[in-house]
Design a protein around this ligand. Structure first.
Ligand code: GCV
Length: 665
């Protein structure tokens, strides 16, 4: 493997384990993985991994019916000090694997005399990454759609990657963050990729072989029209017996190659992808057909709810894109098979830096739901900007659609489809283009495992592992600097880009990067944000707008319905208001725009300056320093561009000067 960065598993992170005597009990592939991990760590730090009698660390599983460990499920474990020994008891082999990486995270702490008993089990059984990787380089989207980390780690030049060692290293990193499923190709399934399901199963099986030792199951995105595009049939109608038979046969062959195959991911009737609408069938018909084909093999269907009419022109309320997923899917609640997971983007539009939580997640109590987030930073700086996304995801997971009376989103998805993230990884040496974007990948896994973790604590954990040096951990100045740069970076990004939830002020050209305030238009009705000389924002109220606000249960529907109660950060998503509308924060909308754009850009300057002090103190590897420095230069440039364009645009539109008299270009 060509010098890939160790990310959150540098050698130094294994010092506490590798310098001790340990023993692992149990059998099976995942236990063997842990055994090998221990051997490697001990070889480096002088410990012993086969210390049966005098071990300081024992990892074992207890699968006897009724034991406390089995109550934790196959992935859970308890960790305790017993007579001077740190003992991990897991509910199964996977629990040993996750427990092992937990001990790595804890380091010396796990061996302290006063270490308290800890119990861990994943809140979500399904913790999945979707790769939007094309096998062949696509003429418009390149090899990885919305990829900002080089080429694919799975595919290269139309073939399986030659660097399978890197795939295994990826699986190892993912297991150490808690991820247990990966889909290896783009949800936009082009011709070459459609054949993964039929002609190229050996390639998919090779990937599964690399990921399996780390407890990761492989999934495929499939072309809904595969019976036609690769099967030679004349129809892909989900109720046609020949079509159903074709899928049953294709699925059986997949399992012959990959017995633990996870299942299919489907983007249907969306952005040009085929789907059941072409045959007058519903999404439930389509998803259930695939579920039936997978049923004998215990596979699942991740059916995406990202369905909208992108030719909307706003002439009537039904064309509000925000309404689309709920309009299509809520009426189908209860009609999907148990092995269908309806996969819902966290917001109603498309991974904008600020959106309300999708009401679909509150509208389908009889359906297994997964929440989908975008780790790859399509609309959040494309891994050129530092934008630590855990605070955004934490807000989504903690949102209570029924207020205190009901569950949070994390609980809604926990028992069903869990959490899915669009991966930000490529063949880049730092995995994620921007080295600090590794934190997003790590935080995704950690939140899917435990949605109540605090983003700042996850960040510190990531810093502590990734930048560990020698026996002393992370130098304090580096720790403080990284924390300060990253912790609030999502809100900083929000501040210098589109304000108050209005969304889509990026360039609509294929790249979606940089400001283009009027770029997104509705054919007949002007710009997406509806800014004119008097005001800005989209009226999605029930009384006078698109009615989207009414898709929420009460009392949220009431809260969003009125500008008087709508939270500031979402005001322009839900309402069209005058520039002089006073926010709950006490400033007017126009002044908020000026203030946040000045302060956001200033904070990016401060981020860059504090990083430069790191170089003077020589605290990180030179390549990593340089990569981050180069990206921070671009972030400063881009934040200033956003600031200047936004402020100038809204000054010209509104005619209202900045109350503080700052110069607006
Ligand atoms: C994979 C957005 C992106 C598309 C992406 C789509 C999706 O529209 O711009 O590149 O397609 O979301 O989530 O399917």
């Amino acid at each position: 493997m060509t010098g890939a960065h160790a990310a959150w598993l540098p050698a130094a992170a294994f010092r506490a384990i590798g310098s001790r005597r340990s023993a692992v009990h149990g059998r099976g592939l995942l236990v063997e993985t842990v055994r090998q991990e221990l051997r490697d760590a001990c070889a480096r730090f002088g410990g012993s991994s086969e210390a049966d009698d005098d071990a300081e660390l024992v990892l074992t599983s207890d699968t006897r019916p009724g034991s406390p460990a089995t109550d934790l499920g196959p992935e859970g474990f308890t960790l305790a000090r017993q007579d001077g020994v740190t003992v991990l008891v897991a509910g199964g082999p996977a629990g040993i694997l996750y427990g092992f990486f937990h001990v790595v995270r804890l380091g010396e702490e796990a061996f302290g005399a006063d270490f308290p008993v800890q119990t861990h089990r994943p809140a979500m059984r399904r913790r999945m990454l979707d790769h939007w990787d094309n096998v062949a380089v696509h003429e418009v989207m390149g090899q990885v759609e919305r990829g900002y980390s080089g080429g694919s780690i799975f595919w290269s030049d139309g073939a399986l990657t030659k660097d399978l060692e890197r795939v295994r290293a990826y699986g190892r990193l993912l297991a150490a963050s808690g991820v247990n499923a990966v889909s290896v190709n783009n949800v936009n399934v082009h011709a070459t990729e459609a054949r993964l399901l039929t002609d190229r199963l050996d390639d998919v099986a090779a990937l599964a072989d690399e990921l399996r030792p780390y407890g990761i199951r492989v999934h495929l995105s499939v072309d809904f029209a595969a019976p036609v595009s690769v099967g030679g049939l004349r129809s892909a109608d989900p109720l046609d017996p020949a079509v159903r038979q074709w899928w049953a046969g294709a699925s059986a062959r997949v399992y012959e190659h990959i017995p633990d195959f996870g299942g299919y991911v489907v983007k249907a009737d969306s952005e040009g992808q085929p789907g059941p609408f072409a045959y007058g069938r519903s999404h439930a018909d389509g998803a259930n057909m695939l579920a039936d084909a997978l049923a004998p093999h215990d596979g699942v269907v991740h059916w995406r709810a990202f369905v909208y009419n992108h030719r909307q022109d706003w002439r009537d309320r039904s064309t509000d894109r925000a309404r689309a997923a709920h309009d299509h899917f809520a009426p189908l609640d209860g009609q999907f098979r148990d092995s269908v997971i309806v996969q819902v983007k966290y917001g109603p539009i498309d991974f904008q830096p600020r959106e309300p939580v999708s009401p679909v997640l509150a509208a389908m109590p009889n359906t297994r739901l997964a929440v989908e987030v975008q780790i790859t930073q399509e609309y959040t700086g494309q891994q050129r900007h530092v934008c630590y996304l855990a605070p955004l995801w934490r807000e989504v997971l903690g949102f209570r659609p029924w207020r205190a009376a009901g569950a949070a989103i994390a609980e809604v998805v926990a028992g069903g489809g869990g959490m899915v993230g669009v991966s930000n990884v490529g063949d880049d040496r730092f995995w994620t283009g921007h080295p600090l974007a590794q934190a997003n990948l790590y935080a995704f896994g950690r939140l899917a495992w435990n949605p109540s973790l605090e983003p700042a604590a996850i960040l510190d954990e990531w810093i502590g592992l990734t930048f560990a040096r020698g026996a002393d951990g992370v130098p304090e100045q580096l720790r403080r600097t990284l924390h300060a740069i990253m912790d609030d970076s999502w809100r900083t990004y929000e501040d210098y880009t589109a304000p108050l939830g209005v969304g889509f002020m990026v360039s609509p050209a294929n790249h979606h990067y940089g400001p283009d305030i009027d770029g997104y238009e509705y054919s007949a009705w002007g710009t997406y944000h509806f800014a004119d000389r008097d005001g800005i924002g989209v009226d999605r109220s029930l009384a006078t707008g698109t009615g989207y606000a009414a898709q929420y249960p009460r009392p949220w529907s009431d809260t969003f319905e009125s500008p008087a109660t709508c939270p500031d950060e979402l005001l322009l998503f839900f309402h069209h208001v005058p520039y002089i509308h006073v926010l709950h924060s006490g400033v007017t909308v126009i002044q908020h725009i000026y203030d946040t754009h000045f302060s956001g850009a200033e904070r990016v300057h401060a981020m860059r300056s504090s990083w430069q002090e790191i170089e003077q103190a020589d605290l990180v590897d030179g390549d990593l320093y340089a990569r981050v420095a180069e990206r921070l230069d671009e972030q400063v440039r881009s934040a200033e561009e956003w600031r200047d364009q936004m402020n100038a645009y809204f000054f010209r539109k509104s005619g209202i000067p900045d109350a503080q008299g700052r110069r607006i270009y």
